[in-house]
Design a protein around this ligand. Structure first.
Ligand code: GAP
Length: 489
């Protein structure tokens, strides 16, 4: 497990997926840079996400990372967006109280009060993870938002770096509703940077202080929460679920959408998006079924703004088991109601067809893009006798084709560069390399997950054909250059 994490991190840093920011100054925990491969992969993930989730009347907007204090007073983040902090009186190391409880006592500490955490720390004589002292301060709540001050007014105009993209669609809802077809359901998505002052960022690239979220807020008429026009098509589809009860014994059950609606009492609209999300992971990203589950959060664990909360968890060997990657939240009218109250602006809307006013409710899909990228690296990493590889599906592979001359002489490089240019014109992301033996070049692209290699050899000169090598099977076949782009696509 530790080795897999080390291997992936070493390849990521060496080959340009991700690496610590400001490394030359010693870096800063929780800040990472995407190198050229990581950025290509992130772009692809975001594009795929948009193509998949932005259905009819769902749109993308781009708001701000800096938002005024009033927004977070209304949203409840100033009061509730906290982590439990304790400090070692001996070495002054500050860390999360819930994490030390989870690590040492192997007990889920999410949702515990500070009093409960204090008692557990005392009862089990928990120690500072850094110096081993038992002298820890009382647990306090620590707000995770980064405050900033706007302009040259000496800290009077307070704002915060936003800890979720979600607030932007809530703030823009009324304008966009008016600008579009004044119809519900209506979706506003935003992909953007968010910031959280994590007390102890760990698990490297997995828990960050600056990261990207891809979130979709679906605004709907609350009287329609138990309907969906496509329901019949998905009713028999089986969701992979771990309810709170199933945690004992770590069980996952396959339950049809119909049963989830009837027996678990989850509304059809919510179940519909569970199904959409599961299909995205299994069919678009190619995640194996046994590595995927929806994990129900208990009422103590749920975020303060949500009524229903199930997370997507993926089994990541390098991090020791199932980890939260994505959330599906039923936020009700919590946010619109709060912004309406604090701004004193009417946020309900008139539905012409139904002749009524409603304050819409919201279902939120909340994807952490970076965690998804890390999960893909973990799940598709393979070590074989003679090579390391990422067996990414083409849809998310950072580069799709390596284009090589067999040797770098006799006109082969020139011919290869022509083919490389043609493939680029066909919007196939490719990479040219003529350094080292052909075997080494194949290994190098396997290590970064390129699905195909095209090799130009002496036969190409004779019959205008090239070989295509497939990464996972390493099988090769010959294809005419005139059919190459079509064949690869
Ligand atoms: N708008 C709802 C929201 O922000 P969340 O559960 O706090 O919900 C959503 O965050 C997703 O953002 C998580 O499922 C995770 O993928 C990602 N995320 C949260 N904290 C993170 C962190 N410190 N580093 C990287 N990703 C994080």
């Amino acid at each position: 497990m530790v080795n897999k994490l080390k291997e992936i991190t070493a390849i990521a840093e060496k080959r340009g997926f991700f690496f610590p920011t400001a490394e030359i100054y010693g870096g800063k925990a929780g800040l990472y840079t995407y190198g050229h491969l990581g950025k290509l992969m992130k772009n692809k993930f975001e594009w795929l996400w948009k193509c998949y989730f932005l259905e009819e009347n769902f749109w993308e907007i781009e708001g701000n990372s800096i938002l005024p204090e009033a927004v977070f007073k209304a949203s409840g983040h100033l009061k509730n967006f906290n982590d439990p902090l304790t400090e070692c009186k001996n070495c002054h190391f500050r860390f999360r109280a819930d994490e030390i409880i989870e690590d040492v006592l192997d007990k889920n500490a999410e949702g515990l009060s500070v009093k409960d955490m204090d008692s557990l720390i005392k009862k089990h004589k928990l120690k500072c993870p850094k110096c081993g002292s038992q002298q820890l301060t009382k647990v306090e709540w620590f707000n995770m938002m980064f405050p900033i001050s706007i302009g040259a007014v000496g800290g009077k105009d307070v704002a915060y770096l936003s800890p979720e993209t979600a607030q932007n669609p809530f703030l823009s809802f009324k304008r966009e509703f008016e600008a579009l077809r004044k119809k519900l359901p209506f979706g506003l998505a935003m992909i953007g940077k968010v910031f959280r002052n994590e007390i102890s960022p760990r698990q490297l690239f997995f828990r960050l202080r600056e990261f990207t979220q891809a979130e979709l807020q679906i605004f709907f008429d609350p009287s329609e929460i138990d309907t969906h026009t496509e329901w019949k098509k998905i009713a028999k589809y089986k969701l992979l679920l771990q309810t709170v009860k199933d945690r004992k014994g770590d069980k996952v059950k396959a339950v049809s959408c119909e049963e989830v609606n009837k027996k678990l009492k989850l509304p059809k609209l919510y179940v519909f998006y569970m199904q959409q999300i599961q299909k995205f992971y299994l069919e678009e990203l190619g995640i194996p079924k046994d590595k995927f589950r929806f994990h129900e959060l208990s009422s103590e664990e749920k975020a303060f703004y949500t009524k229903l909360h199930w997370d997507v968890q993926l089994n990541l060997e390098s991090l020791g088991g199932f980890k939260e990657i994505t959330g599906l939240h039923y936020r009700t009218d919590y946010d619109l109601e709060a912004h309406q109250k604090h701004s004193k602006k009417e946020l309900s809307v008139y539905l012409e067809r139904k002749k009524k006013r409603v304050l819409p409710h919201v279902i939120e899909l909340s994807f952490g893009v970076d965690r998804n990228i890390f999960a893909l690296l973990d799940i598709f990493f393979k070590q074989e006798k003679e090579r390391n590889l990422f067996s990414f599906p083409s849809a998310i592979a950072p580069i799709e084709v390596g284009v090589f001359p067999l040797v770098s002489k006799d006109g082969l490089p020139e011919m290869t560069k022509e083919i490389y240019g043609e493939l680029r014109k066909n919007h196939i992301s490719c990479f040219y390399d003529e350094d080292g033996s052909i075997g080494r070049r194949y290994r190098r692209i396997d290590e970064i997950g390129v699905p195909f290699a095209v090799t130009v050899d002496y036969q190409t000169m004779k019959d205008k054909s090239v070989t295509i090598r497939e990464r996972d099977s390493m099988k090769q076949k010959r294809v005419k250059i005139s059919e190459l782009a079509k064949h690869l696509k």
